[in-house]
Design a protein. Structure first.
Lengths: 203, 203
DNA sequence: ACGTTCATGGTACGGTCGTATCACAAAACT
DNA sequence: AGTTTTGTGATACGACCGTACCATGAACGT
């Protein structure tokens, strides 16, 4: 019964199936047939909507990145009150933690892509982040604002501090991901560090 | 010409072949035949010395971990002079950076194993580090020594600071690995952070 | 009304993968 | 010397994998 169908919607469904099975069985192990079964369609349809596995994978990566940026933006917008630099930076760093299931899926699959990209022709040099070091820029800016506020000491190097905070957050994230650390301990580390950066002697 | 042969040596050669090809083509893509070709032996021999691919992979992981611990220990022993806490911590954090080729290989393959372990029955719950959070213990201890010295402020929480430093180092490492950051900038971030932790007002 | 396009199913093909099997020569043991 | 063990090669097997091909019915254009 071939009713006319929305291609983009179909592609989205299949992509979501891809991400689910990639999380469940590992990206390296996902085959076209698995994706088809997960999406509840025939193998042929996966071929139909994505011409090849490579294109499917690339689309999956793009989707993943877009979704994560959107989610992070939403998180930032959801900070209550009129957030100062400290609250915003904290929200930013927390967003990089695989705390809920959606975030765990993202981190797992995203990391898989990153590892894959290190030795895969087609994936290498792919847009892994919307704007690379946009986050670095943002955090550095917020720290500078904190210095203007007087909540961040003048001796702090905003750029290096931003790099170090983001790297820490990423490191904690993978620690959580591989089960070496739990979420509360990661949150505690982030809060501790922010407490030390924002000595907060002014308002 | 079946001369009597040293099994352990043969296994080592094959394992090294495995690690080389895992770095070159990606761990997910390595097959028994690739390993055999890289080691210059027949497929049969890889089966002979390791019964199955799973055992080969597990042995590869063990080798990788042992080698890295040994290397890190050597680095620590090689710190010149009579190193204080600061120098030792710095050496520890630097050792986690994929700076030279050997280290890059380690990080790449190790990360691949970690990702694989997240969805592979046999790899999950495998000894991924000799003693988990041995590093954390060590760094925390060194920071405490610094506090006794007076080179580290008393308000520093040694444990949380250790966690944050190690997470940062790990994060910088993967940043370098995926080409998002270069080694000098990672080193700069580490030095900056250590400068701020070790305010060094005593001797 | 009819031919074309669209959406879909089924299935076959060539390749690769891990593993198993068969064969056989050199060495070691007795 | 004869037999058993050990190291090695070649090759076969069954399962998958990504892709290509063929068929077909519903919907649409004219």
């Amino acid at each position: 019964m071939p009713r006319r169908v929305d291609h983009e919607e179909r592609r989205t469904e299949i992509t979501e199936a891809l991400l689910r099975v990639a999380h469940r069985r590992g990206l390296h192990a996902v085959g076209m047939r698995d994706v088809a079964a997960e999406a509840g369609v025939s193998l042929r349809l996966v071929q139909y909507y994505f011409d090849s596995k490579e294109k499917l994978l690339l689309h999956g990566l793009r989707t993943l990145v877009e979704r994560f940026s959107a989610r992070t933006a939403a998180r930032l917008a959801a900070v209550p009150g009129s957030p100062g630099p400290r609250e915003t930076v904290e929200a930013l760093l927390m967003a990089a933690l695989p705390a809920d299931e959606e975030s765990r899926v993202f981190h797992h699959v995203y990391t898989s892509y990153a590892v894959l990209a290190m030795s895969d022709e087609a994936l290498a040099g792919q847009p892994f982040t919307g704007d690379p070091d946009a986050a670095e820029e943002a955090v550095a800016g917020l720290l500078a604002r904190g210095q203007a506020d007087g909540t961040v000491p003048a001796e702090v190097d905003a750029r290096l501090e931003a790099v170090s905070l983001l790297a820490m957050s990423a490191g904690l994230g993978t620690g959580v991901l591989v089960g070496q650390r739990d979420v509360p301990s990661a949150v505690a580390a982030i809060r501790y560090r922010l407490d030390r950066v924002f000595t907060g002697r002014a308002g």
